[in-house]
Design a binder for this molecule. Structure first.
Ligand SMILES: CC(C)(COP(=O)(O)OP(=O)(O)OC[C@H]1O[C@@H](n2cnc3c(N)ncnc32)[C@H](O)[C@@H]1OP(=O)(O)O)[C@@H](O)C(=O)NCCC(=O)NCCS
Length: 236
């Protein structure tokens, strides 16, 4: 059954401490991934890995800088060849407002009643990062940017699994925001990548959201093993 949750969206920003929440929420996905046999999707605990923590901080810092440089998403920010600037970045948080009685147990300590004024509390439940270029590890499938077929790249998407049912549907809602961004920029293409292990289950999720697989790639982890990915694409 489709989620009936209603979300609000705002830019992620270092000023609100969103980098710390991103990492906590990222950590929260690991028990879920283990429960569906997808431990190999993300094999580390993000908060224990300085590289993951600094990756998150950089994504949000880049988004803050980009918000200053490109405050409005419109075709005017596109380069002469019609591509988005490579330094265009936009990180989003999806939030939900609930009565404080409905705060999930896993978040009860974080939102202790003393820190809440009134009966309603607004909880971040989903996160997304969009970028004006593809990451290096997908370049076997798509270039950094493509002036014949320009795109925005979905660099990160997750929901806070501590929020339980309150987060359900926030990933899909954020993908709708990404599609709107593509249209606002006058573009027609959203690309992304995901893990294709565990029977391509996550590829199937994206397919259901309209992001179709357009090619597979492998990132070597060591001499024997590699991280198996797929690039996905949605067209307006
Ligand atoms: C993928 C995600 C953002 C989707 O959020 P959403 O649109 O709000 O949808 P839901 O969380 O309700 O998930 C819907 C279905 O997607 C599938 N799914 C979600 N994450 C999955 C994953 N990593 N691998 C395989 N299937 C996944 C499940 O079938 C899930 O159904 P279930 O709840 O019955 O198990 C969110 O589920 C999530 O954070 N997953 C873990 C982290 C992740 O894989 N992020 C994407 C990285 S590319």
């Amino acid at each position: 059954m489709a989620s009936t949750n209603v979300f609000k969206f705002r830019p992620a920003t270092l000023a609100a401490g969103d980098d710390r929440w991103f990492v906590e929420a990222w950590d929260s996905t690991l028990p879920y991934l283990a429960s569906i046999g997808s431990t190999s999707q993300w094999q580390y605990i993000p908060s224990n890995l300085p590289g993951a923590v600094s990756k998150v901080k950089k994504m949000i810092a880049d988004s803050d800088i980009s918000a200053q440089k490109y405050p409005i998403s419109s075709p005017e920010i596109l380069l002469e060849n019609g591509t988005p600037p490579l330094d265009w970045n936009k990180a989003y948080v999806a939030e939900i407002s609930v009565n404080k009685e409905h705060i999930p147990v896993a978040l009860a300590e974080k939102y202790s009643s003393t820190s809440i004024q009134g009966d309603i509390v607004t909880i971040p439940v989903g996160a997304m990062v969009l970028q004006g270029k593809s990451p290096e590890y997908v370049r076997a499938v798509i270039p950094e940017q493509d002036d014949k077929d320009p795109f925005i790249f979905l660099a990160f998407l997750m929901t806070d699994h501590r929020a339980g049912g309150l987060a359900k549907g926030s990933g899909s809602a954020l993908l709708n925001i990404a599609k709107e961004e593509v249209k606002k920029l006058g573009l027609k293409r959203l690309c992304g990548d995901c893990w294709r292990g565990n029977g391509r289950r996550l590829v199937g999720y994206y397919d259901g959201q309209g992001l179709k697989a357009i090619g597979d790639f492998d990132v070597p982890k060591n001499e024997q093993d590699s991280w198996e990915g797929a690039v996905t694409e949605w067209r307006a």
